[in-house]
Ligand binder design. Structure first.
Ligand code: APR
Length: 220
């Protein structure tokens, strides 16, 4: 920086109405850090969720099934199937929205995940697309909170350790560049599944904080 420019910056900052703390860079880095607080991992039954929208791990017919699909249709009631019939199905990796009916959630985002075929058939890209499509649709509709199940890791056989990396990267990439939804949760049906998500999430979190593993809490 030319001395004069340097001088100019110092002078400008001396007169700046706000302390340098609010410099664009500081705001940028604070904002970036914030997006991580918008995601969390919980254990529970997604049909009980009070998020504005819950995601259904559906199939391409959108006409119901077992697993979380069966549970959501059972809890939402027959009107959900009636609305799904009007949608004409949904491609793998895409998402369609319906009302939640008898569910506490206002909306259901239906997305067919990929069926695991060994990993060489574009499964990862399709799974990432499921998360991105649901988040984009939620943002478009102004939906503020979205709960996900662990898509494709049940009947569709996607190995959970591989699915978790894809899911977290897709969700965090989206949240780091969008203001909506404000809150996203991964609702695991079992503690075992949640542990896998937490392990990968902690690795991610540590990496994003200059790799400094926060061991302070472990000292106590
Ligand atoms: N709440 C939260 N998670 C649940 C619930 C629930 N009530 N029920 C099941 N899960 C979890 C499973 O433990 C699994 O981790 O949801 C994850 C996804 O499993 P599936 O529901 O089997 O969905 P998926 O693997 O994507 O297979 C989709 O199964 O139900 C049919 O019609 C559906 O053909 C489609 C296929």
């Amino acid at each position: 920086i030319m001395l004069s420019e340097h001088h100019t910056i110092r002078k400008a900052s001396a007169q700046a109405p706000l302390p340098l703390l609010f410099s664009p860079a500081a705001v940028y880095f604070t904002k970036r850090g914030e997006y991580m607080q918008r995601f969390s991992i919980i254990v529970g039954d997604i049909t009980k969720s009070n998020a504005e929208a819950i995601v259904n791990a559906a199939n391409t017919t959108l006409l119901g099934g077992s697993g979380v699909d069966g549970a959501i249709h059972a809890a939402a009631g027959p009107r959900l199937l009636e609305e799904c019939r009007t949608l004409g199905g949904c491609e793998t990796g895409q998402a369609k929205i319906t009302t939640g009916y008898n569910l506490p959630a206002k909306y259901v985002l239906h997305t067919p995940g990929p069926i695991w075929q060994g990993g060489g058939h574009g499964e990862a890209a399709l799974l990432a697309s499921c998360y991105r499509s649901c988040l984009s649709l939620a943002a478009q509709k102004g939906i503020r909170s979205v709960d996900f199940p662990s898509i494709s890791t049940g009947v569709y056989g996607y190995p959970i350790h591989q699915a978790v990396t894809v899911a977290l990267r897709a969700i965090m990439d989206f949240l780091s560049s969008h203001d909506l939804p404000q809150q996203v949760r991964m609702v695991c049906h079992t503690e075992a599944a949640a542990d896998v998500y937490r392990q990968v999430w902690n690795l991610w979190f540590a990496e994003s904080h200059d790799g400094r593993l926060d061991v302070s809490h472990q000292k106590r």
